[in-house]
Write a protein that binds this ligand. Structure first.
Ligand code: PLP
Length: 387
């Protein structure tokens, strides 16, 4: 895209992206450059060399996430977990990392089973509590990873405060921004070093691909990330890069509809006799709303709620017709997750209990269906005879 006279707004960036039309043919979509390698005329390397290092279809989504998040370079990976791996490659043996106590199950598995083998130790901290975070700092603390809102209990970390605390101590900050997307929360301008996405979720948006994205505004960090991305090789394929680019074009309207549906469902769930608690940043009784809305401009499309018994959970999962019952989120279809056995299955039962994830907790990510149809389905699935 030629340098704009004024910076384009996110909705425009999402549609026109970094490469607007194929520069060679004018084709409306960036083609799938399904090639592993590139001809070197006369032995001289051209713009592209080998697809692990760079591929034009992948480059479009990489530059687009950088534009959206305010980074200088982006990296597209074969999954969100590969994005976490690429980002955390900035840490070295002997370093200490602080992570949120209720973090995504796959990330929990990575930081408890892979990083220790590489000589990197982790502490689990309620990152919403700045004093607890300070108390967990060690002389070798080199990184703080945030997820805000956290998953699935919606604790909110103060991004600016954590970034400031880290910067004073030369600690790198990472944020998994999957739940919010750059449309609702942009952590780099708030002081975060590295932003990570599971693009499998909202950015892809159609539950048809796995992808991850990483971006940073720091040239030195970008260089190190680039080296690892190319060395390790868990890069996004050209076809999946195309699907991701296609999905991202409609992020704004998908997210707006899904968010509106989530707000509606959160209110209705709150009034349902079978539901004892609803977690959603958009509810008026959400305890950390102030912090959340100082750094994000929407509550998002994900909520969680607590049922009274395991029998009710079983009945709900058996009776629901419309939602996919699965460990994922961010699709056009509503997705219902039993966190205990799905998204957070990698976390031992006693740790889950400590974290506050109970077997009766249900996560719901609203899709873009008609909200009355969604509620009708939920209501019949929540109905317990005799109640
Ligand atoms: C799904 C998810 C991941 C992992 O992404 P994959 O694409 O499944 O590898 C990481 N973080 C969060 C918050 C997620 O929801």
């Amino acid at each position: 895209m030629p340098a704009p006279h004024h910076p384009h707004k996110p909705a425009t960036l999402l549609v026109h992206q970094a490469v607007d039309r194929d520069p060679h043919t004018g084709a409306s979509a960036v083609p799938i450059y399904q090639a592993s390698t590139f001809h070197h005329p006369g032995g001289e390397c051209g713009q592209y060399e080998y697809s692990r290092g760079a591929n034009p279809t992948r480059e479009n989504v990489e530059q687009t996430i950088a534009l959206l998040e305010g980074g200088i370079q982006g990296f597209a990976t074969s999954s969100g977990m590969a994005a976490i791996g690429v980002a955390l490659s900035l840490l070295h043996s002997g370093d200490h990392l602080i992570v949120p106590s209720d973090l995504y199950g796959g990330t929990y598995r990575y930081v408890t089973s892979v990083l220790p083998q590489q000589g990197i130790q982790c502490s689990f901290v309620n990152t919403a509590d700045l004093e607890a975070l300070k108390a967990a700092l060690q002389p070798n603390t080199r990184g703080i990873l945030l997820e805000t809102p956290s998953n699935p209990l919606f604790t909110i970390a103060d991004i600016r405060a954590v970034a400031e605390l880290a910067r004073e101590r030369n600690i790198l900050t990472f944020i998994d921004n999957t739940f919010m997307t750059p449309l609702l929360q942009r952590p780099i301008p708030l002081g975060i070093d590295v932003v990570i996405h599971s693009a499998t979720k909202f950015l892809g948006g159609h539950s048809d691909l796995l992808a991850g994205l990483v971006t940073t505004a720091d040239p030195e960090l970008a260089k190190a990330l680039k080296r690892f991305h190319n060395s390790f090789g868990a890069v996004l394929s050209p076809f999946d890069s195309f699907l991701l680019a296609r999905g991202m074009k409609t992020l704004k309207i998908r997210l707006e509809t899904a968010q509106s549906n989530a707000g509606d469902l959160a209110l209705r769930l709150q009034q349902h006799p079978s539901v004892s608690k609803v977690y959603y940043p958009g509810l008026s009784d959400f305890a950390q709303a102030d912090t959340h809305f100082r750094q994000a401009n929407g509550p998002g499309a994900v909520l969680a709620f607590e049922l009274a018994s395991s029998d009710q959970v079983k009945a709900l999962l058996r009776k629901l017709q419309l939602p996919i019952i699965a460990p994922s989120l961010g699709g056009v279809e509503t997705i219902v997750t039993h966190c205990w056995s799905m998204s957070h299955a990698a976390i031992p039962a006693e740790v889950k209990k400590e974290m506050g994830i109970s077997p009766t907790l249900i996560r719901l990510c609203a899709g873009i269906e008609d909200v009355d149809d969604l509620w009708h389905d939920l209501e019949q699935a929540l109905h317990t005879p005799g109640s």
